[in-house]
Design a protein around this ligand. Sequence first.
Ligand SMILES: [Zn+2]
Length: 384
Amino acid sequence: MGTEFLRIISLSFLGIFITLLQPITVLSAMITDVRFWSAPDHTRIVLDLSEPIQYESSSQENPPQYHLELKGASLYTPKRELEVRNTFLDKIKLAEPGRGKVKLILHQKKLLTVNVFTLKPYQDKTYRLVIDLVDAAQEKKEREERQRQKEIKPKGTKIVVIDPGHGGEDPGAIGQKKTMEKHIVLKVGEKVVQLLNQNKEIQAFLTRKGDYFIPLEERIRISREYGADLFVSLHTDGSFNPQARGSSIYCLSLSGATDEAAKILADKENMSNILGGAVLRPAAFAKDPNLNQILLDLMQNNSMKESFRLAETLLGDFKAIHPVKYSSYRQANFIVLKAPDIPSILVEMAYITNKEDEGLLNRNDFQEKVANTLNASIIKYFRP
Ligand SMILES: [Zn+2]
C-alpha cells in the first residue's frame, strides 16, 4: 500500500511537470490570412486558421454590420482592413480588442444572409473559416434573369453554356510560373462566349463571370435555368510529370472510367467542391418527383450520344492547333457532366504544368485559337 501511494504521488508530480512543459502558444489559434471573393450575388470571406475556432456572431441594422467574435485567437497577418466596395459589401475589418480575442466586422451596404462554416485542412490548405454573405434579392434576380433568357429566346435558337472550371478558393492546377488554371479558363471562356454570340442562331452564357467559386452541381443548375442545349466545361490539365502535355476531351461515363488516367482526372476535377468549399443547398438539388426514371434514362442516353458527337468533332479540330493526348475522347464520372438532359463535355486545353504548354496558355493568340476552335466545332455540331 505504501509503494502504491508513492507511485500515485510521483505520477501526480510527473503530470504537473508535463503540464508546465506545454508551450503557451497552443492555447491560441493563429489567424494567418484573410481574403475575399466577390460574386454577383455573394461575397465569400475566408480566414486561414492553425486550428478550429470558437466564434459568436451578432448583427446590427443601422448601419448594417455583422460581427464575429473569435475566441482564443490571435492575428498573425498584417491585414486589418480590406476594401470590398461591391454592391452590397463595403469593407472587412479585423481587430484585436484584447488578448486572445479577435473581432471581424463586416460593413454592409444592406442586410444580408450570413452563412458561417469551417473547412478542414486539405492538400496545402489549412483549417479555414468561411463566411458567406449572400444578397438573397440579387440571387433571386439572377435566377429570374436566366429563366427569362430561356423564355424569350427566338424559336430555333440554341443555348450554349460555357463553364470556366474552378475559381475563388479553388485555383485549379498551377503552372511552374504560378499560372492558375482558374484565370486561364475564364479568359478563354469569355472569348468563346463572345465568338458564339456572333452567330445569329446561338446564344452563349458563362456559369462564372469572375474569380469566385461555384459548386459543381450548381453549375448544372445554372445551365438548366438558361435552358442549355449544350454545356462545355473548360479546364487545363496538371501533372507531377513536367513532360506531360497535350489536349484531351472527356465525356461522362455511367459505368466506370475508360482508363485509370481518366478516373484519376475525374477524381481530381471532382475535388473542386472540397477545395472551393461547396455548401449544397439541399432544396436546389432535390430530385424532381415528377420525373420518370425511364424517361430520365432515355434523356441521359441521348445526351451522352450527342456529347460523343461533339467530342469527336472537337478532337478532330483541336489537332490543328495543339497535339492531342489521345486519338479519341475519354470517359469518366465527372460530377459537372451529369445533367441527364444536357449534352456535356469537358475540355482539358493543355497542360499548365508543362513549361511549353504553360507559355502557350498565357498567350492571347493561343487563347484565341482555342476559342475559335471551340466556336467552329460547336457550329458544326448544331449543323451536322
Ligand atoms: Zn480543372
